[in-house]
Design a protein around this ligand. Structure first.
Ligand code: ZN
Length: 205
């Protein structure tokens, strides 16, 4: 009798957890679409910020934005590939953003990355884990880890700009084509996020 109750309870728990996993899988589809929109918009915005920095005579900051623009495009492509793998497709949209002064653009970029690091990607990663969405986990983690590197680069650029030392910033960036990881100046033998050999990095200079 006791074992029958246990069996019924176990069955209920299994059904409950698979319903839960299905809900998480649905959440991951929605999250992938949000992330594609976010990364595509960030890529277009940073390209515009690069042009603005160049117009204002901040060549080194322009390079940084070119590199981060490339990285966000890699994230968007990775997320799209996962969405396709899950049998879904992305509805079309138009990226919307404002271009202000380079200082304000750096602050905006730092705010955006900080939100993705503190809130967005941790939530997306949790849902992907619950739904056993392994490819989404990989793609979200690549972006999550890269945005931490971007936030540090933007913080440093703001400090250099405030100190009038923009010229002392890196004159080249290396972007990992697998995960978007972004290095200022030089890169290690293998990417610190995904282990891709540095021969397969793209150089922005
Ligand atoms: Zn990488």
């Amino acid at each position: 009798m006791k074992s029958k109750v246990t069996a019924v309870l176990t069955a209920a728990m299994i059904v409950g957890s698979s319903v839960y996993a299905a809900a998480s899988a649905e959440a991951t589809i929605t999250n992938l679409k949000d992330a594609i929109k976010g990364e595509t918009t960030a890529s277009a915005k940073y390209a515009a910020y690069a042009k603005k920095a160049s117009d204002e005579g901040y060549g080194k900051i322009a390079l940084l934005f070119q590199a981060t623009s490339k990285a966000e495009a890699i994230h968007a492509n990775n997320h799209r590939a996962v969405l396709t793998q899950l049998g879904e497709s992305m509805e079309s949209f138009t990226p919307e953003y404002d271009v202000k002064s380079t200082k304000e653009n750096l602050e905006d970029a730092l705010t955006g990355e900080s939100y993705e690091i503190a809130t967005m990607y941790p939530e997306f990663l949790k849902a992907a884990q619950k739904g056993n969405a392994n490819l989404a986990l990989v793609s979200f983690n690549y972006a999550y880890q890269t945005e931490k590197a971007h936030a540090a680069l933007y913080k440093d650029a703001l400090a250099q700009l405030a100190a009038g030392k923009e010229d002392s910033m890196a004159s080249k960036y290396l972007v990992c084509l697998t995960c978007g990881n972004t290095y200022a100046g030089s890169a290690p033998e293998r990417c610190g996020i995904c282990m891709t050999p540095k021969e397969r990095f793209v150089t922005i200079q």
